[in-house]
Design a protein around this ligand. Structure first.
Ligand code: KHP
Length: 793
């Protein structure tokens, strides 16, 4: 991370003659339309942009915009992060005291496992509140380059931890809830902050077998694009009013996404109606450079900058557009109208954030450090961790009953975890409560030894302290798995088995025959079949990256203070999966060299399936509402047309399905109601099933019931054809409640098939004009403008 740039910017601001915000009361533009609050955001932005010289406009295309001193426009940093709390590289935490910390929530992969959209809105509301407080103190911007909603397609992906999981319906619903919390309601006079849906699109390879994210060309069929890769982005753009998008490093079907008018114009703006001038696209960091090299799409650096701007990239993370647009303009590769449009989008967005308006009447401009890391937000971080943790195996030993005579052995790399709890894109958290810390708060004896040192360490030297500690313990808890040492940005995994010597140690600990609990940590799944199949291991939990209070959440579940109800948001594949399909094969359906991907298509036997999650009690479910068993498609379409749904795929399929859930055991517990649709309708091969609705029910007491109201839409019944059209097909449908399932509802659709959404086809013959035969050395990454000798630099 370029922390030095963050400090530079802070120095720039601190040493600058300008205020953090433009001054529309006494500043040079006080009588300009920019400062007229009754004009529309776009009118205000246009008035400002019309005053800029070409040079000033070009300077404004980089992510660290210098501002325009003569007009009183201060520098502005577009790049802030907020994946699970506010974070760098440009968020400036103080060394001590106020603003030296904020709330760190679990990584999205664990929050996804909670299947609780209200939780996600609450978490995002805290993040946007804390962001505003830091912004008011000149410590971060107002534009947050989150969420990462590329579906977690392949278990090797190093950044899957940043996403809520592998299912497109789940991601779409999650991201809708998240954007509401980050931005506020679309009708609010001011946005809380602006969120950025990234990485558009088909980005989920970091570095695999020589394929780097900067040059990878994702070959994706229209069917897979519409059915799997794009739904979360459609949810952002069309249904959630997100303020910004980020195009990705990779190409899709030969075209670098930041230079692709089909993605950025035809699909994003025209097809999804993301036409508001307050909405803008940023490139990933130095992705504009990658259009030239290594993609070789454009014939020169200035052509790459022009191609990106013309395609619809409005902000360039980095300096490539400010560096190369002057020459692009001199050569006539791009015109000022396109540049003006990009700037109008940027400044309209800032208008919607209240950036130009007097602070007095704005609620968010009053927030200070008293709004950061409040007791309520700390509690929410804890709750998010508890809700996400998944119980995968339990022979009845959990919850542990402890008393003061119990001696607890705590082992593994993660037992005393600190920053590991947070995962990547983390800020500075209020505190870091490890499992060891949490155990030490209990009235028991704790014997701790780390065990295998480091993720890949196969040696036995560092295990030695384990054995006397294990001998002295009544119960053994091993907390390990993987961390950012093996799954990270720029780093995909070469193996999805447990790393280093961990399985050896776990096996030897199990031989002691004591009650033993394993907690598998990390975002990507690892093959835990040796643990699941070992009769001497009593219980297995998955804990993801659980955030600042993660250790407490884990211990509270183990000791029964909290009951587990999270569900796996990804498939846990056997370790051999990675030998069956290259990571770069983007197709989902099974084929000759592909066993199929995700719970929808994988034709092998998963170690643990998507949606798996045990409880400390048992549940039954029954579907209460069962109106009809046969529906004419034409009737459904007539009802849809008469409804006020904005798009046919959003039309309700009847009233919500009511599912009565009963806790038949004794322990009070949450229950996640998952509804899948199955059936052999539409194009073959058919998915095994697809998630179409979910609802988390809370604290159902033993012997009591609660009701889930599951909304189904026509879109959730539809399947996607080879051209990418969303179609409602006649056929036999089954709605399954839960994985086993606990109950199901069968119904039939009759009549002719109907297209709910017509997919715009890509242009044919799309080839770049890049330099062929390039032999230069490509480094890749932000700020590395490599100069290959072979083409004359
Ligand atoms: O400092 N850098 O050199 C550097 C380079 C790349 C980088 O990653 C990119 O930046 C993030 C911006 O939000 C995107 O999610 C990620 O793909 C983040 C930092």
């Amino acid at each position: 991370m370029p922390v030095n740039r963050g400090h530079l910017l802070t120095l720039l601001w601190a040493g600058s003659a300008y205020a953090l915000f433009p001054d529309c009361v006494n500043g040079p533009l006080k009588n300009n339309t920019l400062c007229n609050t009754s004009a529309s955001p776009a009118e205000r932005a246009r008035a400002l942009v019309s005053l800029y010289t070409l040079e000033e406009k070009i300077n404004a295309t980089g992510s660290t915009a210098p501002g325009v001193p003569r007009l009183g426009i201060p520098p502005y940093e577009w790049w802030s992060e907020g994946l699970h709390g506010i974070a760098g590289p440009f968020t400036n935490f103080s060394d001590e005291g106020d603003y030296s910390y904020s709330t760190s929530f679990p990584q999205p992969i664990l929050m996804g496992a909670a299947f609780d959209d209200e939780l996600i809105t609450a978490v995002a509301t805290v993040i946007s509140t804390e962001a505003r407080a830091f912004n008011n103190a000149n410590r971060t911007g107002l534009d947050f380059w989150t969420p990462n909603i590329n579906p977690f397609r392949d278990p090797r992906w190093g950044r899957g931890q940043e996403t809520p999981g592998e299912d497109p319906y789940h991601l779409s619903s999650y991201v809708h809830a998240l954007i509401k919390g980050l931005q506020g309601d679309a009708s609010d006079p001011y946005k809380r902050v602006v969120a950025t849906c990234k990485h558009f699109a088909g980005y989920d390879v970091e570095s695999w077998n020589g394929n780097l994210r900067y040059q990878f060309d994702a070959q994706i069929s229209q069917q897979d694009l519409v059915e799997y890769y794009l739904p979360p982005f459609q949810s952002c753009a069309r249904d959630s009013n997100v303020g910004a998008f980020m195009c990705s490093y990779n190409s899709v079907n030969g075209v670098p996404t930041c230079a692709d008018p089909y993605l950025l114009q035809t699909i994003l703006r025209e097809h999804w109606g993301w036409t508001n001038e307050e909405q803008w696209v940023t490139s990933d960091c130095d992705a504009v450079q990658n259009i030239f090299l290594p993609h070789q799409w454009s014939s020169s650096r200035e052509q790459a900058a022009a191609d990106a701007l013309i395609a619809g990239t409005d902000v360039n993370c980095g300096t490539y557009m400010p560096d190369h647009l002057p020459s692009a303009f001199a050569q006539g590769l791009v015109n000022e109208t396109v540049l003006d449009q990009a700037l109008v989008r940027q400044y309209s967005s800032l208008v919607r954030l209240g950036y130009f308006d007097a602070p007095e009447n704005q609620p968010y401009r009053q927030l200070g450090f008293e709004s950061v890391a409040t007791n309520a937000s700390q509690q929410l971080a804890y709750k998010a961790a508890v809700e996400g943790i998944v119980l995968l195996k339990n022979d009845g030993v959990l919850p542990l009953s402890l008393d003061s005579s119990t001696s607890l052995g705590l082992f593994g790399d993660w037992a005393n975890a600190t920053s590991d709890l947070l995962g990547n894109y983390a800020g500075i958290s209020t505190y870091l409560h490890s499992p060891l810390w949490a155990a030490q708060q209990l009235n028991v004896t704790v014997n701790y030894a780390q065990g295998p040192g480091g993720q890949g360490d196969p040696t036995t030297g560092s295990w030695l302290s384990i054995w006397p500690a294990a001998d002295a313990s009544d119960v053994i808890i091993y907390v390990g798995g993987i961390n950012n040492g093996v799954e990270a940005e720029g780093m995909d995994r070469g193996s999805i088995a447990w790393t280093g010597a961990q399985l050896d140690v776990i096996g030897q600990l199990a031989q002691q025959g004591k009650p033993m609990v394993v907690v598998q940590m990390g975002g990507g799944q690892i093959d835990s079949s040796p643990i699941a199949n070992n009769p001497n291991i009593s219980a297995l939990l998955w804990g993801g990256y659980p955030g600042q209070d993660g250790g407490v959440a884990i211990l509270d579940i183990i000791t029964g203070k909290a009951a587990p109800a999270g569900r796996l948001p990804t498939t846990q594949y056997p370790a051999s999966f990675i030998n069956e399909v290259p990571m770069t094969d983007m197709s989902l359906r099974p084929g000759r060299s592909n066993p199929g991907r995700t719970y929808k298509w994988y034709n092998g036997t998963a170690v643990f399936e998507f949606g798996t999650g045990l409880h400390y009690t048992n549940f039954t479910a029954s579907i209460k509402s069962n109106t009809s068993s046969s529906y004419a498609i034409s009737d459904l379409m007539t009802i849809c047309k008469d409804s006020n749904a904005k798009y046919p795929d959003l039309c309700s399929f009847g009233a919500p399905v009511q599912v009565e859930v009963t806790n038949t055991g004794k322990t009070t517990s949450d229950y996640v109601t998952l509804a899948y649709l199955a059936g052999n309708f539409g194009p073959a091969p058919h998915p095994k099933k697809s998630l179409v609705s979910y609802q988390r029910l809370f604290a159902i007491n033993g012997g009591s019931s609660d009701t889930a109201n599951l909304n189904l839409t026509l879109g959730s019944l539809a399947r996607v054809d080879e051209k990418g059209n969303k179609v409602l097909y006649p056929g036999d449908y089954s709605l399954l409640i839960d994985n086993k399932p606990l109950t199901m509802l069968n119904f039939t659709l009759t009549g002719d098939q109907v297209i709910l959404e017509n997919w715009p086809q890509p242009p044919t013959n799309r080839t770049g004009k890049g330099v062929s035969g390039f032999e230069g050395y490509f480094v890749g990454g932000y700020g590395s403008d490599q100069k290959p000798v072979s083409i004359g630099y």
